[in-house]
Design a protein around this ligand. Structure first.
Ligand code: ZN
Length: 124
């Protein structure tokens, strides 16, 4: 398990690292106030994604800046406008965070290089 207990966080950013297949998630988590922490990171490497047009699986290079807040327990109403992920059992599960970020990326529209050629024929 790749986890950081919320109570270990400090005002000094703590580095973390998570990996899934060829994707690498690197960044820091810093305690902001009461039960809120902020995560800043980048996801690099690659993932395999299926083309939305022909369903062919292809490798997609990742270069994503990720920044959001983590809440240990209930989110105070003053903080509700923030993009917040509520954590379970007062621990930050980095593998799970990477997993959900990758799912989010995969839910975007993707087409393979073959299909890009079909939709942008005037450039060829
Ligand atoms: Zn395709």
């Amino acid at each position: 398990m790749n986890v950081i207990p919320f109570k270990h966080l400090d005002s000094v950013p703590m580095a973390f690292e998570a990996k899934q297949e060829n994707a690498l998630f690197l960044g820091t988590i810093v305690h902001k106030k009461h039960n809120i922490a902020q995560l800043n990171g980048t996801i690099t490497g690659s993932i395999f994604i299926s083309c939305d047009i022909c369903a062919e699986i292809f490798e997609n290079t990742l270069n994503e800046e990720v920044s959001f807040y983590l809440a240990d327990g209930n989110v105070h109403e003053n903080d509700r406008e923030l993009e917040i992920v509520e954590i379970q059992n007062s621990v930050i599960d980095l593998d799970e965070l990477l997993d959900s970020e990758l799912e989010l990326i995969k839910s975007d529209y993707f087409c393979c290089s073959n299909c890009e050629g079909k939709t942008l024929e005037q450039e060829f």
